[in-house]
Design a protein around this ligand. Sequence first.
Ligand code: SF4
Length: 399
Amino acid sequence: MPKEKNNLSGRHPLTVITKGSDPYENTLKALDALSLPPLQGKKILLKPNAGRCVPARQGVTTHPQVVAAAIDFFQKVKPATIFLGESPILGVKALDALEKAEMAEIARKKGVCLIDLDERTPFELPIPRGKLVKKLRVCALIKEVDYLVSIPVMKTHMHTGVSLSIKNMKGVLWRREKARLHQLEYAGLKDGEGKALDVAIADMAEVLRPDLALIDGTVGLEGLGPSEGDPKEVGLIVASQDCLAADAVAAYLMGFEPATIPHLRMLSERGVGEINLKKIPIQPTNYAAFRQSFAPPPQKISIQYPNVTVLDCNSCSACLSTTLLFLRRFLPQVPPSFFQDGKLIVGIGKDLQNPPEGLILIGNCTAKHKKKGIYIPGCPPIASSILTRLKEKAKNQKE
Ligand code: SF4
């Protein structure tokens, strides 16, 4: 299992950036440049981002050729086993997502164990220094592996600014445990310092950090991340044995100052690692030339959909993804009777307070307000079921 490390105790490990049009070669080049510990006979878990059932190369899931290169690289060190596993967002099955993302076939061909991390009974991991989260339910395999590689996609995130190697570790939390982190409250933050979710992610990263961050910037995702943004071809790989440094460098390459990303700043303030790029050994030293600004996540979804108001009060990524998918695919089909003064009002999240009458309430968390609007149950509901329910309701209204 990945051990708790304090990267300030010694020299910072190297962070390597490679750029090129071939993701396989790019990945191998980055891994070859690192001095990794001896891994012969060890159990290695590759944890890509396959949290959603989305086709490959859209910037939502890790590029299959990055995963292929990582498998080939680690097979050369003769490990005992290589696992490729995921615990996706609620409502998605890991093996379906890995299949759709074209990673499952690669794993099968190369003799790697494909794992649904949610299958087995989880274990409880205490967080002695946790400010908000004191323990986590973690997928069983994490306890058994010797070396954990986080292979996220370089993307923006509506709730956390960016989603990189540290945030990707939420995908080793067991089933609903991921949603729990979105439902906590924390009073210790001043305005602008971040949200309870940022504190929860920082708490998680106190005890659950990958041994190696391999950030896939082949096709990143900008704007409405983590699932409904726009793909951005970048052609970069960022790799480091210091995941916080890797995330800080990747955030910089995406056009963000690392200290403006709350969970990265919190971890650096807690002494977990370094986000000051001047103190991180980065190869090549002229890395600033690789910087390509990603469109930040919009503060309000209404910017993207001017005729929609989304009241999002502590939803988790699953309901946010459902809502964004519904708006992208089905908004033009919503019967006009549901728009109030030209606006469709949607409520998500457990902390929704005093919502207006006539809104669409998405997800079980909003059940307490169901008398006020059209309630769509599910945790999360399926995007198409929202339209089905609205059409049924419109039909009943006419009869
Ligand atoms: S209903 Fe939605 S916001 Fe609530 S826990 Fe389920 S997925 Fe998360």
